[in-house]
Design a protein around this ligand. Structure first.
Ligand SMILES: *Cc1c(COP(=O)(O)O)cnc(C)c1O
Length: 397
């Protein structure tokens, strides 16, 4: 017999979400996650991936991954600290540090893992963390895990940050204080005000932690938001993912050698969870090589994102104030947003609705992620479908 309590809990809560239009159905993709994908046998223009540079299906990455499988096998075999640290991991970490312009870097199994690992390795219950209210779920969970006092500040509101930093310092209650922010906010595509954050951090001796999951590969010639602002020497911890623009899987923290040494002895996902596979490490390292050698892919991505934004704005959609390729089309009400997204899919555009609780209630949107792999023809076709569906639902004239 299984638990009646669990069954009642699950039934009640799933039905509640469904009735509110908040239950997310997952669509399996048949084949690769490229600029055009197949779902339920239907070909769709894919505007939902985080594969900014098209590297997830890049031939050069596939080739080194296959070679790594042949030379090193399919698994790392152990956690990093036992004997799961392969030469491929070390090479990847060296390349990441050079790319980010820091002394050292440590690789993890995912970006999510990085935040669980690194925040709690550095902060504890005697500390406080100033956290932007729109920070990613993994930052929030990492902060909670550390047991430090979490002090939220209004989104990108530097007066509020300064005030709360001052209060925290003057309270005398905390040992260390950290300020933590997304480099690029994933739902709106706006960029953190890092120059001001760094200035406030210097004034109050705050540890600066930037989660650059959506900035890496995109801003700063690919090296991220911190490089974009030229602040490599002022940010203590730069976290990044290998799962988005880099196209593979994994995450990393880049910073001073001493910080990385500490994370290698104290961060729990590094100590207690097996390292990424040889193919992952080799493919990620190859991606870093490609980004170091040329900005061709970034240029294409920016060109495509400008093109799509212009097209959608021209139709009369509210696309927010994104400063990156992330292009939301803000609809508002949850059910309408989901209906809009469903019609887009039926017409051939895969752009997922994002609703509460991922974004605040009443700000439902369809988020578009143009990549370097899209062609102008694909984008034109997508814009045409946006026009048709928007008129049909009375969202545009
Ligand atoms: C996607 C994302 C992560 C998680 O990265 P994964 O490598 O996919 O686990 C962490 N932080 C932010 C801001 C993200 O957008």
């Amino acid at each position: 017999m299984t638990s009646k309590k669990l069954d009642a809990f699950l039934t009640e809560n799933i039905e509640d979400l469904q009735s509110k239009g908040l239950y997310n159905e997952i669509d399996p993709v048949q084949g690769a996650n490229g600029p055009v994908i197949t779902i339920n046998g239907q070909e769709l223009i894919n505007l939902s991936s985080n594969n900014y540079l098209g590297l997830a299906t890049d031939e050069r990455l596939k080739e080194v991954a296959i070679e790594a499988v042949k030379s090193h096998g399919v698994g790392a075999g152990a956690v990093r600290t036992i004997n799961g640290t392969l030469d491929l991991h070390i090479e990847l970490e060296k390349k990441l540090a050079a790319f980010k312009g820091t002394e050292a870097a440590i690789a993890y199994q995912s970006g999510f893992n990085c935040n669980m690992a690194a925040i709690s390795a550095v902060m504890d219950k005697n500390d406080a963390i100033l956290s932007d209210e729109l920070n990613h779920a993994s930052i929030i969970d990492g902060c909670r895990l550390s047991r430090a006092k979490i002090i939220r500040f209004n989104h990108s509101d530097m007066d509020d940050l300064r005030l709360k930093a001052k209060e925290a310092v003057e309270s005398g209650q905390y040992n260390k204080i950290m300020v933590i922010t997304d480099g690029v906010f994933s739902m709106d595509g706006d960029v953190a005000k890092l120059p001001e954050i760094v200035e406030i951090a210097e004034e109050f001796d705050l540890i600066v932690y930037v989660d650059d999951a959506h900035g890496s590969g995109v801003l700063g010639k690919g090296a991220g938001t911190v490089k974009h602002f030229g602040l490599q020497d002022k940010v203590d911890m730069q976290m990044g993912t290998l799962s988005k623009a880099i196209g593979v899987i994994g995450g990393y923290v880049a910073g001073k050698q001493k910080l990385i040494d500490w994370l290698k002895v104290r961060s729990r996902p590094f100590l207690f969870s097996t390292a990424v596979t040889p193919a992952d490490a080799a493919a990620s390292a190859k991606a870093i090589d490609i980004l170091t050698e040329s900005t061709e892919l970034q240029n294409k991505m920016w060109e495509n994102s400008e093109y799509l934004k212009k097209g959608l704005k021209g139709l009369g959609y509210d696309i927010g104030n994104s400063e990156t390729p992330i292009t939301p089309v803000i609809i508002g009400e949850e059910k309408l947003t989901q209906q809009f997204s469903k019609r887009l899919v039926e017409e051939g555009v895969y752009a997922k609705s994002i609703v509460f609780p991922t974004v605040p209630q009443g700000t439902g949107r369809v988020r578009n992620m143009p990549t370097a792999a899209h062609t102008k023809e694909m984008l034109d076709q997508a814009i045409g479908i946006y026009e048709k569906v928007g008129k049909e639902l009375g969202l545009i004239k």
